[in-house]
Design a protein around this ligand. Structure first.
Ligand code: PBG
Ligand code: ZN
Length: 328
C-alpha cells in the first residue's frame, strides 16, 4: 500500500471521527418550533407530527419547563387561532390577546433565559389563507402586504419577542420591517431573521394541517420560490442581506443543502439558519417506523449535512430529542 493511499488511520477511533467535523452540533444551535393555540388549556397532539402538539398558554410551563432544564435555549412561535374571525388583512395576527402575543409575555415571565423568535406571516389569520393581502383578481397586492407584515412584526417585538422571522415571502418586507423596528425604538433590541430562500415545497403539509393555514384557493407558487430556482434563491439572499436581515434562513433544509452552501458564501458575515420542516420530520419518522433506518442515526445524519453545508442555526422539531441525545 502506498503512503498516500491510507486515510483510515485518521478516523479509526470514535473521537478521531468527531474531529472530522468542521462544526459539531451543540444545544445552542437548536431552535424549537412550537404551536400556540387560543384555547389556553389546550394540549392537542398533532397526528401528522409525532410528539408535537398545539399548546395553550396555560400549558407552557409544564411543556417547556423540563426542556429548559435539559438545555433548551430558543423557540420559534407559530400561532394557531381556532376561535378568531379571520379577514382579508389578517387582523387577528397581532391581536394583543391572541395566542402569540400572550405566549411571548408568558414565556418571558416563566423562562427569562429563553430566546423567543416569532414566525411572522398572515396565512394563519387571513380568510383566504394566503400569506399577504390580495387584489380583487386574487393576485398578491405587494406594498400593503409588506406594510402589514411589518406592522405585525413590530407588534411582536413590542410584546417582547427577541427575534421576528417573516415567512411570507413578500418582496421588500425585510426593509419595511427593519424600518418599523428602528422607528419603534426596537432596532437594537430585536433580531430580524429572514426566511430568504423559502421554496414552494411539498414538505409543508403537516404544518398546514397543524396550523390551519392551507390556502383556500390557488397555491403559493407566485411568492415562494420554484424548487429549481437556484439563481432566484441567491438573489433573494443578497437582497435580504442588503435590506437589513440579521440572519438568513433556507427552508426546507435537506433537499436544499446547496442553497445553504450558497447562503454561507453570499452572506458569510451573517448566521445561516435552516428549517428542517414538518414534512422532513414526518418523513424521517415514517422511514424509521418502516424499518428503513434507526431514527436517531438518521436525525443526526440529516443535521450533520446541514452543518456541513454551512448552517449555524437549525430549526427542528427534533430539538427535544437532540437535547437528550447530546447528553449521552
Ligand atoms: C407560513 C409557514 C409555513 C411554514 C412555516 N411558516 C407553511 C407554508 O408556507 O405554507 C412551514 C413549516 C413547516 O412545514 O414545518 N408561512
Ligand atoms: Zn404564510
Amino acid at each position: 500500500m502506498d503512503i498516500s493511499s491510507v486515510l483510515q488511520g485518521g478516523y479509526h477511533h470514535p473521537l478521531a471521527r468527531k474531529w472530522q467535523a468542521q462544526r459539531q452540533l451543540t444545544k445552542s444551535m437548536l431552535m424549537y418550533p412550537i404551536f400556540i393555540t387560543d384555547d389556553p388549556d389546550a394540549s392537542v397532539p398533532i397526528t401528522s407530527l409525532p410528539g408535537q402538539a398545539r399548546w395553550g398558554v396555560n400549558k407552557l410551563e409544564g411543556f417547556l419547563g423540563p426542556l429548559v432544564k435539559k438545555g433548551l435555549q430558543s423557540v420559534i412561535l407559530f400561532g394557531v387561532p381556532l376561535k378568531c374571525t379571520k379577514d382579508g388583512r389578517g387582523t387577528p395576527a397581532d391581536d394583543p390577546s391572541g395566542p402569540v402575543i400572550l405566549a411571548i409575555q408568558k414565556i418571558r415571565q416563566l423562562f427569562p433565559t429563553v430566546y423567543i423568535a416569532c414566525d411572522v406571516c398572515l396565512c394563519e389569520y387571513t380568510d383566504h389563507g394566503h400569506c399577504g393581502l390580495l387584489n380583487d383578481d386574487g393576485t398578491i397586492n405587494n406594498t400593503p402586504s409588506a406594510a402589514r407584515i411589518a406592522e405585525v412584526a413590530v407588534n411582536y417585538a413590542k410584546a417582547g419577542a427577541h427575534c421576528v422571522a417573516p415567512s411570507d415571502m413578500m418582496d421588500g418586507r425585510i426593509k419595511y420591517i427593519k424600518r418599523g423596528l428602528i422607528d419603534a425604538g426596537l432596532g437594537n433590541k430585536c433580531t430580524l431573521m429572514s426566511y430568504s430562500a423559502k421554496f414552494a415545497s411539498a414538505l409543508y403539509g403537516p404544518f398546514r394541517e397543524a396550523a390551519g393555514s392551507a390556502p383556500s384557493h390557488g397555491d403559493r407558487k407566485c411568492y415562494q420560490l420554484p424548487p429549481a430556482g437556484k439563481g432566484l434563491a441567491r438573489r433573494a439572499i443578497q437582497r435580504d442581506t442588503a435590506e437589513g436581515a440579521d440572519i438568513i434562513m433556507v427552508k426546507p433544509a435537506l433537499p436544499y443543502l446547496d442553497i445553504i452552501g450558497d447562503a454561507a458564501e453570499l452572506a458569510q458575515d451573517l448566521p445561516i439558519a435552516c428549517y428542517q420542516v414538518s414534512g422532513e420530520f414526518a418523513m424521517i419518522h415514517a422511514g424509521a417506523k418502516a424499518g428503513v433506518y434507526d431514527l436517531r442515526t438518521m436525525a443526526f445524519e440529516t443535521v450533520d449535512s446541514m452543518l456541513r453545508a454551512g448552517a449555524t442555526l437549525i430549526l427542528t422539531y427534533f430539538t427535544p430529542e437532540f437535547l437528550d441525545w447530546l447528553e449521552a
